[in-house]
Write a protein that binds this ligand. Structure first.
Ligand SMILES: C[C@H]1O[C@H](OP(=O)(O)OP(=O)(O)OC[C@H]2O[C@@H](n3cnc4c(=O)[nH]c(N)nc43)[C@H](O)[C@@H]2O)[C@@H](O)[C@@H](O)C1=O
Length: 376
């Protein structure tokens, strides 16, 4: 995606996906239209691929940023002038701007809305709690309200997916299911609880087809580099090729139920294909500590993490979530969903990609085009 195209893109312009993913629809079957907030994120990019593969037209709302933030969608880009193939379209909007949400709903007329946008970093939410609540909690409320008023005015049905989080369970011990009480431990988690209950309330009060997916941690080579799994695999690749020696981490004893993001977006879609709206836990049902993640990842490349990792208390959280492990029986039973990628495969997939990335960086460093020290 050429950066100048991106900068000059007007609201009515679009960017779309590679030719190979355009799915021809029979004339009798119109394309479904999906609207995704957070399309530039890890889950947004996997969900876009999934929906395009199912013949959807996909619209994404993106935030204005002085830095380009569409890297995870570059491979999906098709020039908007190629109108028959340009099936992914991006528009500027913001969850803090209610009028933009309502306007795009009226213009796009989606069948399904996926609210994936968030300030999603738990530790950062302690630093910017007000902003986190505005985007994560009130942002979801703004979008629900936009959907509600749009459906009343248009007489259309719009299905709504809310990205919930296992962080909502916080200090409640595992296994956590849909009936487990929430005990949030961060501004992020408390905001996700509010968004969860707004969604339930709009379903009960207005009959909206609104679902909460309570997704446990889900990772991939597209994971942001300041989440612990990607932070580890990114550093590991660079350590392996000699671009860095140390990795600073916080609490290694925290345990998480880590799945593959590509599997989890399928569960989101399945929730909106059911007859009735409901809430579902999505998890692998396996727990592993950060230390186990280090063991498997470093071990895979024949390294000992103890020679490289140092504990830096700055990465400890004011209140930690010690142990998350989901019970996804309901999703398995009702949605017929199950994870395809297990823990070891996920770790190796991430290490492989980040080793390849580190090798490319090494070429640039060796050729004098990049300063190794400027990297994570
Ligand atoms: C489901 C949920 O999943 C994610 O939230 P998270 O679980 O906080 O993810 P994380 O990768 O930041 O931390 C996992 C654990 O790892 C510990 N940890 C140790 N050392 C470092 C460290 O250096 N950096 C980080 N980030 N974590 C560290 C940290 O203390 C924590 O116990 C988000 O997607 C969120 O949006 C979401 O909804």
């Amino acid at each position: 995606m050429a950066s100048e195209n991106n900068e000059s893109r007007s609201e009515s312009e679009s960017i779309t996906k590679a030719d190979s993913t355009v799915v021809e629809m029979p004339p009798s079957q119109p394309r479904k239209i999906a609207l995704i907030t957070g399309i530039t994120g890890q889950d947004g990019s996997y969900l876009t691929e999934l929906l395009l593969g199912k013949g959807y037209e996909v619209h994404g709302l993106i935030r204005r940023s002085s830095n380009f933030n569409t890297q995870r969608l570059n491979h999906i880009y098709i020039d908007p002038h190629n109108v028959n193939k340009a099936l992914m379209k991006l528009h500027y909007a913001d969850l803090t701007d209610a009028s933009s949400l309502r306007r795009w709903l009226d213009v796009i007329k989606p069948d399904e809305v996926y609210n994936l946008a968030a300030q999603s970093h738990v530790a950062v939410s302690f630093e910017i709690p007000d902003y986190t609540a505005d985007v994560v909690a009130t942002g979801a409320l703004r979008l629900l309200e936009a959907v509600r008023s749009h459906t009343i005015d248009s007489g259309r049905t719009v299905k709504y997916y809310q990205a919930g989080s296992s962080e909502m369970f916080g200090s409640t011990p595992p296994p956590q299911s849909e009936t487990t009480p929430f005990h949030p431990r961060s501004p992020y988690a408390a905001s996700k609880c509010a968004a969860h209950w707004y969604t339930v309330n709009y379903r009960e009060a207005y009959g909206l087809f609104a679902c909460n997916g309570i997704l446990f941690n889900h990772e991939s080579p597209r994971r942001g580099e300041n989440f612990v799994t990607r932070k580890i695999t990114r550093a590991l690749g660079r350590i392996k090729v000699g671009l860095q020696t140390k990795l600073f981490l916080g609490n290694l004893q925290a345990s998480r139920d880590w799945g593959f993001a590509g599997d989890y977006v399928e569960a989101m879609w399945l929730m909106l294909q059911q007859e009735k709206p409901d809430d579902y836990v999505v998890a692998t049902e396996e727990g592993h500590t950060v230390e186990e993640f280090l063991d498997v990842s470093f071990g895979y490349l024949g390294l000992d993490w103890k020679n490289h990792v140092e504990i830096d208390p700055r990465y400890f959280r004011p209140s930690e979530v010690d142990n998350l492990q989901g019970d996804a029986s309901k999703a398995k039973e009702v949605l017929g969903w199950k994870p395809k990628v297990g823990f070891e495969t996920l770790v190796k997939m991430m290490v492989d990609e980040d080793l390849a990335l580190a090798n490319r960086e090494k070429l640039l460093v060796d050729a004098g085009y990049m300063d190794a020290k400027q990297q994570p």
